[in-house]
Design a protein around this ligand. Structure first.
Ligand code: FAD
Length: 388
């Protein structure tokens, strides 16, 4: 089968994961159509940085570099990571230098990156602005869009996020592990520099991450907590919030002196049991799985999907054969399940009130901090570099 003429490929969802897929497929000479409700725009909050930031690991960086959309503009490398907790004295520190690297990862503002990716489509990609409302899978996949429009394709790649309309439209269930927490995200200005360090403190009701942003005194915050407490943190005045955050971070970055708009997100962990339906629908990114933000891995796992998908597209002309997707399906489902279990376990371990568990946890953290082999392995996994 001639890959460019006979296979109509549609990607629904042009978030980071869908946009990377489209760029990769176009680079392989595939004809591809992207459907999304809206085009991205660069947005900056009142402190000058985008409130939506993501931590990307070196594996994701290398994908973006291969797609020709990597730049160091508005991108902050983090060289160290410090993890500590409210109810203990143990802490673990990760340094890029220990692995002979200059950084552990990068903090990226989402809207400039996304806008750059869309600009890179050029005329290689057909864009349809619209929302998918329903679909039908038979010999081909027929998508019903708002405004009574229809699009037909042979292969549908669903990258339409955690609330995926494609998933719901096809009645594909998810294995859901409810998380009784919400996340608050914002950007703050601090009196001390972030020192190129990602700080994470496990508080009684959830982890607080303080991540380096585009200026030395700008810090991106992802603060997970109980639903009631997160709602309260959103409602506080700026002065009250800054004071609370200064305390919660034990003034590691000095005083928090200004805060941008605070947004909150309900959290869940979920995954589709099989990310491939027949040979016609493939789920990737948050449409395939949603994980707890505590490890900053959501997009990174989505980019792993993209790399695996592009490796198949490079080797195979006919992407509409079920056998082509078997290994992808098995490996991506396993990865999602494993990560969800690890993050659930970590969140529970740090949330445990039992002093005995607290003691074991503190001893364990000290052990990890002192045993370089274990620490290096954890770092390599988080960076997407795999085993030694
Ligand atoms: C507080 C917080 C912090 C996070 N921090 C990190 C981090 O540090 N590192 C990290 O790797 N991950 C992080 N994540 C996770 C990360 O944000 C997600 O994994 C990622 O954004 C998912 O990308 P996606 O492209 O799969 O989906 P999305 O970004 O949700 O994109 C989906 C796209 O589909 C479009 N769409 C949806 N429905 C339709 C429809 N019916 N028709 C047409 N188009 C449609 C939307 O307009 C959108 O453009 C964090 C998440 C949260 C909540």
């Amino acid at each position: 089968m001639n890959k460019t003429k006979e296979q109509r490929i549609v990607v629904v969802g042009g978030g980071l994961v869908g946009a990377a897929t489209v760029l990769g497929l176009a680079a392989h000479g595939r004809e591809v159509t992207l459907i999304d409700r809206k085009r991205p725009e660069v947005s900056a909050g009142k402190l000058g940085a985008d409130i939506r930031n993501v931590a990307l690991n070196p594996r994701s960086q290398s994908l973006l570099e291969n797609l020709d959309v990597w730049t160091l503009e508005r991108v902050v490398p983090y060289k160290h990571m410090v993890v500590w907790e409210e109810r203990g004295t143990a802490r673990v520190t990760f340094n890029a230098q220990e692995l002979g690297r200059s950084e552990l990862g990068w903090l990226i503002e989402v809207s400039p990156l996304l806008t750059r990716m869309w600009a890179a489509f050029g005329d290689r990609v057909t864009l349809i602005e619209g929302g998918v409302e329903a679909l039908d899978v038979d010999d081909a996949v027929t998508l019903q869009l708002d405004g009574d429009r229809t699009t037909v394709c042979d292969l549908l790649i669903a990258a339409d996020g955690g609330q995926s309309a494609i998933r719901r439209g096809l009645g594909v269930g998810v294995d859901e592990r409810p998380v009784d927490q919400m996340a608050l995200a914002t950007v703050v200005r601090t009196s001390l520099s972030h020192r190129d360090t990602a700080w994470q403190r496990f508080l009684r009701d959830g982890p607080l991450a303080l991540l380096p942003s585009i200026e030395p005194d700008l810090v991106s915050i992802v603060w997970t907590g109980s639903v009631a407490e997160t709602k309260r943190r959103v409602e506080l005045t700026d002065t009250e919030f800054c004071r609370l955050l200064t305390q919660a971070s034990e003034s590691r970055l000095g005083d928090v002196i200004a805060v941008d708009t605070r947004v909150s997100f309900p959290l869940t962990q979920q995954h589709v049991t099989d990310p491939v339906m027949g040979s016609q629908v493939v789920f990737i990114g948050d449409a395939a799985r949603v994980i707890h933000p505590l490890a900053g891995l959501g997009v990174n796992l989505g980019f792993e999907d993209v790399s695996a998908l592009l490796a198949i597209a490079e080797k195979t002309d006919n992407l509409c054969r079920p056998d082509v997707w078997r290994r992808f399906s098995r490996e991506r489902a396993f990865r999602a399940k494993t990560m969800i279990r690890i993050l659930e376990g970590l969140n529970r371990l740090y949330g445990a009130q039992d002093p005995g568990i607290g003691l074991i946890r503190n001893l364990g953290v000290r052990w990890v901090d002192n045993v370089s082999g274990v620490k290096h392995q954890i770092m390599r996994e988080a960076m997407g570099l795999g085993h030694f």
